[in-house]
Ligand binder design. Structure first.
Ligand code: FE2
Ligand code: FE2
Length: 189
């Protein structure tokens, strides 16, 4: 089968009704898609992988099932092993090697996109003027977006080999065009 982001979106929305989970998928997709272009990689495959990384979370909300029990479903749906492996590798508890640029990028974008989203929700202009400095400051406040694993944010940037500030800047830039779609206020009001 040909992997497209449209097809991945169909699969995601078939298994995921939660608006919050769909928005998380879109945020991670934007970031991973940005990096696909940046590295000159297969943008459709990268976007599809990002969209699907938590596709089974609604039915498998615990770590004894997510994402490992989702993998056979993706295979049944016809997705290639490269996508399935990359989806599996985002989970810390599976301890899989992140041995491709796609795996490194997905891991680096997952928690950070969630965190940038959270930062945008409490700002009057969303992520329009969000700077790395204020993201880093919020990362140091454990009570803010407490569900985001800080260690994974730092580890992700390190594995990707990009300075955290630059990575934050890239992810914010990537997410700006979809700010409205993920419930953030935009410059246009
Ligand atoms: Fe996940
Ligand atoms: Fe995620």
């Amino acid at each position: 089968m040909e992997v497209t982001r449209e097809r991945a979106w169909d699969t995601l929305t078939k298994y995921t009704q939660s608006e919050a989970l769909r928005r998380h998928a879109l945020a991670v997709e934007a970031a991973v898609g940005w990096y696909a272009r940046h590295y000159g990689e297969d943008e459709e495959l990268w976007r599809a992988t990002a969209l699907l990384h938590d596709f089974d979370y609604e039915m498998h909300p615990t770590l004894d099932k997510h994402p490992q029990d989702g993998a056979p479903i993706l295979r049944e749906e016809g997705y290639p092993e490269e996508l399935v492996e990359s989806v599996l590798s985002h989970a810390e508890h599976l301890s899989m090697p992140r041995d491709t640029q796609l795996k490194k990028t997905l891991f680096a974008c997952d928690e950070l996109a969630g965190f940038v989203h959270a930062c945008g929700l409490v700002r009057p202009d969303g992520i329009e003027t969000l700077e790395p400095k204020s993201v880093r400051k919020k990362l140091k406040q454990p009570s803010f977006a407490a569900g985001v694993h800080r260690d994974e944010v730092y580890e992700g940037a390190e594995q990707l080999g990009i300075e955290l500030d630059e990575h934050i800047r890239n992810v914010v830039e990537a997410m700006r065009p979809i700010a409205g779609d993920i419930g953030l206020r935009t410059g246009a009001g």
